[in-house]
Design a protein around this ligand. Structure first.
Ligand code: 13P
Ligand code: SF4
Length: 362
């Protein structure tokens, strides 16, 4: 607590003690000026969680005070979905975006699922509707529809199986085998689809959805970072364009990137993904030097300690999914969850495993 000695005077001793381990994790990101307010909110939220029998599922892109302070489970989209299915709490608070809360509701329809801000959307989820998927199925009869979990419940209800960036290659190959076909529909993220296509001989039919955070990264940025920091390892998310992954040292889901840094502890790391990831991992490996850039997801950043507190206090905002949609959407998500975990952690090896089956863009 050395750097925060002055401000702990502004904090009740019990709160200062309760939140001291969190301070240790966030102090490279949070200033002593901000900490007293955050510490009080963290303490309030932890008390409300007990009163409400609630669990907070926090995505890796949450800010460090949420990730280290109040998340009961932190992880990537796949991990959060699995935890929503497993949890026995009465209430799930989704510290993430709306499609994640819908996924929790689909998997746990008897639980109350809350999101602190209903405007926490996602550009990929907004890129396609259930009606679009029905038209795609008419155009490509007999081909399985794989959709990224970053989609709304009505899209999931039209889907054969969901995937995340952590398992997309495995899911695509499973679907091709099960359906006995050599092409699958993988929507709505065009770049994820192209990156998956480079890892498999299964043909991919894709949609032109984009993540507004990851589409902004360019291969030239990666080359410039490498020149400026020759010793740094560069990790990228598969929602980035293909040539960005090609220029990176490793690509994988947010959890795969975290595991990579935790296991290898490189001296310097560049994370080509949402900005908070670096601050969150830094809390666990202070010896690693994280170098910008800092692209923020405006949707993820709508979630704050204050609105998480309000959400638990007022039990707002409840996320619901039409009853008739739930079983069809649940089948697609559950199929993904039921696949055996891959023998080796999923990664996108853009150098060694490049295939040249063209992607068909709808
Ligand atoms: P992950 O599944 O890798 O956590 O990604 C979710 C997301 O929204 C990335 O932009
Ligand atoms: Fe959606 Fe991109 Fe934000 Fe993830 S980072 S929630 S994919 S807009």
């Amino acid at each position: 607590m050395e750097a925060v000695v002055g401000v702990t005077l502004q904090l009740d001793r019990a709160i200062a003690q309760e939140t001291a381990p969190v301070w240790e994790k966030v102090k490279s990101h949070v200033t002593p000026m901000e900490w007293p307010d955050q510490a009080r909110l963290i303490s309030e939220i932890n008390a409300l969680k007990k009163d409400r029998d609630a669990v907070i599922l926090a995505h890796n892109y949450m800010t460090p005070e949420i990730y280290h302070g109040v998340g009961d489970y932190v992880g990537d989209s796949l991990g959060l979905a699995k935890e929503a299915a497993r949890s026995d709490a009465k209430v799930i608070v989704q510290a993430g975006v709306h499609f994640m809360a819908e996924t929790s509701k689909i998997l746990s329809p008897d639980k109350t699922v809350l999101i602190p801000d209903l405007k926490a959307g996602c550009s990929l989820a907004e890129a396609i509707t259930g009606a679009d998927v029905r038209l795609i199925k008419q155009r490509y009869p007999g081909l399985p529809v794989v959709t990224y979990v970053n989609t709304t419940a009505d899209v999931k209800a039209e889907t054969d199986i969901c995937c995340t960036s952590a398992n997309a290659v495995q899911v695509v190959e499973w679907a091709a085998r099960e359906w006995g076909v050599d092409r699958v529909i993988l929507i709505p993220d065009e770049f994820l689809a192209r990156n998956v296509a480079a890892q498999t001989t299964v043909g991919i039919i894709a949609w032109k959805g984009r993540c507004i955070v990851h589409e902004r990264f360019k291969a030239d940025d990666i080359h410039a970072m490498r020149q400026a920091y020759p010793g740094a390892e560069i990790l990228a998310h598969p929602e980035c364009p293909e040539d960005v992954l090609g220029a990176a040292d490793f690509a994988g889901s947010t959890a795969a990137m975290t595991d990579y840094v935790m296991a290898k502890k490189p001296r310097q790391v560049v994370l080509i993904t949402e900005c908070s990831m670096a601050a969150n991992i830094k809390g666990d490996v202070p010896e690693v030097d994280f170098i910008g850039p800092c692209n923020l997801c405006p949707y993820m950043k709508r979630i704050t300690l204050t609105n998480i507190r309000d959400c638990l206090r007022d039990m707002t905002f409840e996320v619901t999914v039409p009853e008739d949609m739930i079983p069809r959407a649940a089948r697609a998500v559950q199929r993904m969850i039921d696949l055996p975990p891959p023998a080796v952690p999923a990664r996108y090896d853009m150098i060694k495993a490049r295939h040249h089956v063209p992607v068909e863009l709808i």
